[in-house]
Design a protein around this ligand. Sequence first.
Ligand code: URP
Ligand code: ZN
Ligand code: ZN
Length: 462
Amino acid sequence: MKLDTIIRGGRLVTASETTRTDLGIAGEKIVAIGKDLARGAVNGATVVDAGGRYVIPGGIDVHVHLELPFCGTVSSDDYDSGTRAAACGGVTTVIDFAIPYGEESLQQAVDNWHARAEGKACVDYSFHVAITKWERHKKEVKKMFDQGLPTFKQFMIYEKEGWQSDDAALYEALETLSGLGGMLLVHAESSRVLDLLIERHHKPAEMKKHGAYLHTITRPNFVEAEAIERVIHWTRVTGGRSFIVHMSTAEGADLIKNARNDGVNILAETCAQYLVLDDGLFAQKDGHLYATCPQLKKPADQKRLWAGLRDGEVCSVSTDTCTFTRKQKSMWEGDWTKIPMGMPGLETLLPVVYTHGVRKRRLTVNQFVDKCCTTPARTMGLFPRKGTLAIGSDADIAVIHPTLARKVDFKNMQTHCDWSPFQGWPLAGFAEHTFCRGRQIVRNYKFVGRNGYGQFLPRSLT
Ligand code: URP
Ligand code: ZN
Ligand code: ZN
């Protein structure tokens, strides 16, 4: 068979095994896996030497926000810089959230997000559809499935943004989606208690004293835990399928574990920042930069989330990329409720999880692939096209050096961000080479892809 590219001599890693072998690509697909594909005449195939490297499936970040109007500004990474960053981090698929604003329909939101991505995306992409007004939006749900969009999102907070869903909306959305074979993603925080705590602490003296640490004071762990309990309850009674996004607490992991043991069809992801950063950062100079929602928690939560990744109650790691520059973050002027919430992450997802998971022996290299590539593809209806190295799968591949660490410096990165939560950290696991559907988009750590190459991925969960 004529091969276009041979990745030679690497250690191929899937969620279940590691094998020293070659991999052959023809067109957009993996067509051969075996020893010595590059022996003798290679018939014009490009040979990429992966000796001493891991060859892994491209990462799948199922939680990103690109060019998101939020907190009175617009997040600064768009489909150009955001997907370049993804490529350099070895991520070949991103799933964003199409969110209706004001009275917009679901269709308008989806059309808006298609317009943001088309012609710009350098890696493949899809969308979750955010339901912000259930009574208006419910009639459109079936139509979304017909467009390859089977995953929806509801927010239990963000009343001011007009995004909030109440329990009736959660209940009926779970019921409806379960009949159609869909899944509901939920931002789970207890809004009334959160609002009360914010109001209680929103005082000049407290802001002067605590600064950005008021995020921690007003969002104790029970704010997330109570909301997750409610989602578990509604998922159980409807027989629906739900997915807790950006879970950040030990209590959340315990609840998900018990619910799954009881047969409730619920999954939960965490994000890289909750595994390696803690709320002690708010006390530092520029601590406000780290404000994200939910906010960073404690080392004990990190420990529980790593254990959850190993044991299964935390199914995957994403980034919740929502980038704001220093200038945008400076809008806070000492009031924590005005900090645009979110941080960059796409370029550092695999390096952070690889370095702090695999290198620190918290995860095996196969678990790393499972949590960042295979399970995200499975849960979001992309497997086996994406998320694995198998004959017939898309040739979405990252080649990473197992030990060589590169120092994070936002100045050398693709993100439109003038700071990094991991600035100066030595991280192994950056993509030396990345392929997306057979095309090389990163070579020797340099982006060589092009805007518009990334394709929309219609999905189905059944
Ligand atoms: O702070 C964050 N995470 N911004 C994005 C919106 C959300 O809640 O995911
Ligand atoms: Zn959220
Ligand atoms: Zn988010």
